[in-house]
Design a protein around this ligand. Structure first.
Ligand code: NAD
Length: 257
């Protein structure tokens, strides 16, 4: 799929991986709706990028809100791409049974599943219905959904059951969603990042690199959001990648702690 001239929605588009993706897609000629809850950073980014970027305050778990992002994206051009890169920490990390013997809080588990898994499915179903209304290109392609999982879907660490379960769900829906959407010419691909330095780490880069980068086999550093964004672009332009989860992690495999 040629991204030049298309319209795209990037959820979490004002966050670390989302912002880099927005910049990469705009550089490749796409128009992008930055669909995020961070009004200040979203507006700032859209203002900087000019007329091919628009910020729309969007909560991925709200249908009305996602429909607003779809309406804005449709005004910018033919909507053909959704990138789900929203994030956050809906609750504290918790062992199934804590050291004090108390069970993990259920609301935190529900929160992770709601934001990361249900939020991803919600945008995918609504945006795919909009992509389905586009004319197919010469190859029969109407568009693409890229969801963001995590290597924690495969190697969740101590205290990470909620996050790992939600991200495992994102991996699990990739193939059946690709199968569902294949008659419409819409591909579905998931990316499972290792550790990428973004605002999500809430610490200075040096500290994050010491804690997370040194354990990566090669390159011996955290990933750069631009490397994630480059993968999104590579997936977009290669029609034969479909129904798969792609790790991008410098060969990192999380240990239990
Ligand atoms: N950074 C990493 O190392 C890493 C590794 C593996 C997976 N991931 C995944 O990549 C995604 C992006 O991570 P990041 O590091 O860029 O995070 P980030 O915190 O930098 O950005 C996340 C963005 O999502 C927005 N957001 C939060 N709730 C939202 C909602 N309900 N609707 C719309 N937007 C919402 C936030 O405002 C923020 O701008 C997340 O799903 C995360 O789990 C990141």
């Amino acid at each position: 799929m040629d991204v030049n001239g298309i319209s795209a929605i990037v959820t979490g588009g004002a966050g670390g991986l989302g912002e880099a993706t927005t910049r990469r897609l705009v550089a490749a000629g796409a128009s992008v709706v930055v669909a995020d809850l961070s009004d200040e950073r979203g507006k700032e980014l859209a203002d900087e990028l000019g007329e091919r970027a628009r910020y729309v305050s969007t909560d991925v778990t709200s249908d009305d809100s996602v429909e607003g992002a779809i309406a804005a994206a449709t005004e910018l051009g033919p909507l053909r791409l959704l990138v789900n890169a929203h994030g956050g920490a809906p609750g504290p990390a918790a062992r199934v049974v804590g050291r004090d013997g108390s069970p993990a809080p259920m609301d935190a588990f529900d929160g992770y599943v709601r934001l990361f898994l249900a939020g991803t499915f919600n945008t995918m179903r609504l945006v795919s219905a909009a992509i389905a209304r586009q004319e197919p290109d010469a190859n029969g392609s109407r568009g693409l959904v890229v969801n963001t999982a995590s290597i924690a879907a495969f190697e969740g660490q101590v205290g990470q059951t909620a996050y790992s379960a939600a991200k495992g769900g994102v991996v699990g829906l990739t193939l059946p969603a690709a199968r569902d959407l294949s008659p419409l010419g819409i591909r579905v691909v998931a990316i499972a990042p290792g550790t990428f330095f973004t605002p999500a780490f809430r610490m200075e880069r040096d500290e994050a690199e010491t804690r997370w980068g040194s354990g990566v086999p090669f390159p011996k550093r955290m990933g750069s959001p631009s490397e994630y964004a480059e993968l999104v672009h590579s997936i977009a332009i290669n029609d034969y990648i479909n129904g798969e989860t792609i790790r991008i992690d410098g060969a990192l495999r999380f240990q239990p702690k």
